[in-house]
Write a protein that binds this ligand. Sequence first.
Ligand code: XIL
Length: 360
Amino acid sequence: MKVSRVAAAGLLAAASLYSMLPAAGSPAPAAGSSSPDRPLRELAGRQLMIGTAVDHAAYTADATYRDRIRTEFNSITAENVMKWEVVEPERGKLDFSAADELMAAAKRNGQQVRGHTLVWHNQLPAWLTQGVESGEIDATELRSILRGHIIDEVSHFRGRIYQWDVANEVVDDNGQLRDSIWLRELGPGYIADAFRWAHQADPRAKLFLNDYNVEGISAKSDAYHALAKDLLRQRVPVHGFGAQGHYGVQYGFHSASEVAANLGRFEQLGLETAITEVDVRMIMPTDNVKLQAQAQGYSVLLQGCLLARRCNSFTVWGFTDKYSWVPGWFEGEGAANLLDENFAPKPAYRELQAVLTLSH
Ligand code: XIL
């Protein structure tokens, strides 16, 4: 493992050279002696968990989608079905059925599972947000509801989740704690509480802070560094820092070495790191230049992870443009994934193969 991390330093130049070679749409040459169609999980070997978010509805309906998840990835994240609005749509009625189906599939496929997510400002059940808004749920009750939610959910999956995104997107882009019902009602201590409750329910799971716009060094990632340091000083069981990796080709990317340096400073605090939700969107329609830029976006994140010493999982937020959250959330944008709508590899997929091959 250490050896391959060191070898990874040498791949930076090679991989960026490689990325200049194939024009999008043309068959990419295999890197080294690898076949161009060796699946990512095979190329990743034992050095890295390589994951995807899974859309439960697509998983149920589409055999090609199911197959590809099985062959390409050794880790999965539920894209939505572990979120609070799905697991407790009515107060007190827990429903883990969809999540359990994905857990069972992961077991059959020899895949590990990242848990996503326990405390977040989005995708909360209406009974909760409306109850707080109307004043029916006061701060004391809200705290006990959050505690119950975390303990119930983490206990349900105890021993079967290797990394939990405990606190998701709790810092805003200016580096302040995000204004949310949690911060407003409970104060900043809710973050430490969430980690403590999760740890109590599953002492073996690695517990993560997770956010977007924290891949490089910025006011936001600085704020996370300070937050992580503060939590660790209070002996809060936080074990990892996850950078989501939602990029857009029109904004440019960090360099791999900046990503590695940023992850490295969290590792110096004693944390593991992960890249948790990679997609690289573009303004539609696609063209070869954008697709090539997209490959570079995926590449710097994977290389950054490989160059860091304790970045142990790299997860894409969906792998085919057939099922992607991007067009529904970013008007006029799309094509953010590794495979196109017909599951054909895009340059980004070839790039990840090449980087993984070179990293051995
Ligand atoms: C997104 C899902 O992909 C969508 O299907 C859903 O409608 C909204 O949430 N950051 C996160 C993820 O942590 O949970 C989000 O997932 C994408 C942004």
